[in-house]
Design a protein around this ligand. Structure first.
Ligand code: COA
Length: 157
């Protein structure tokens, strides 16, 4: 069965938020409020197969930095992983962002999310210099508030 890629819409919010904690393995849904589906639908995508949600990407072009785009969330259903779906979503986002005038893409992840760190490296992202090194990875302490350290990625497009 063919996979279909399309832009996200507000109609996707309920079913995306329903799977996030399961797909991430921790309580990540609080970081994905509805506003992304209301205001960033044109730069966000969902992938379906036979009507079943397979993957999604939530991104936007920076309002403050016109040359920059940002990927806030990407998730792939556990049974659909390691088949290039996240790569396909990122490449689509890169192409659209470049066509709109952006030349860099950024994103952040928690230092404990090893799969995300490995995935972003494979996707050509560089880890920006932080203020500490954890397990060989540069980390920005308290980047998202007290106790919320982040690995910060940048990639040219
Ligand atoms: C991270 C995630 C999005 C990857 O999705 P995916 O569809 O399996 O990734 P792809 O198959 O497109 O992989 C792209 C590349 O990354 C690599 N990669 C993907 N997951 C990896 C992992 N866990 N460890 C090491 N490398 C990984 C692949 O080998 C591939 O490399 P290649 O194309 O050079 O051969 C998916 O595991 C996921 O949804 N995780 C839970 C949510 C999450 O943590 N999201 C990221 C933070 S917002």
């Amino acid at each position: 069965m063919e996979q279909t890629f399309r832009n996200a819409s507000t109609r996707d919010y309920a079913r995306v938020s329903a799977v996030v904690n399961d797909w991430w393995g921790w309580d990540a849904v609080s970081m994905l409020p509805r506003l992304f589906f209301e205001h960033f639908a044109d730069t966000s995508f969902v992938v379906e197969q036979a009507g079943t949600l397979q993957a999604f990407l939530i991104g936007f072009r920076s309002q403050s930095r016109p040359l920059e785009a940002y990927i806030h969330f990407v998730g792939v259903a556990p049974e659909a992983r390691q088949h290039g779906l996240a790569r396909a979503l990122y490449e689509r986002f890169f192409a659209d962002s470049h066509a709109a005038g952006c030349r860099r893409v950024g994103c952040v992840t928690g230092p404990g999310n090893r799969a995300s760190v490995a995935f972003h490296r494979r996707m050509g992202f560089e880890i920006t210099t932080g203020d500490q090194i954890i397990d060989g990875i540069a980390v920005h302490s308290g980047y998202d508030g007290a106790g919320r350290d982040r690995v910060v990625f940048q990639r040219a497009i």
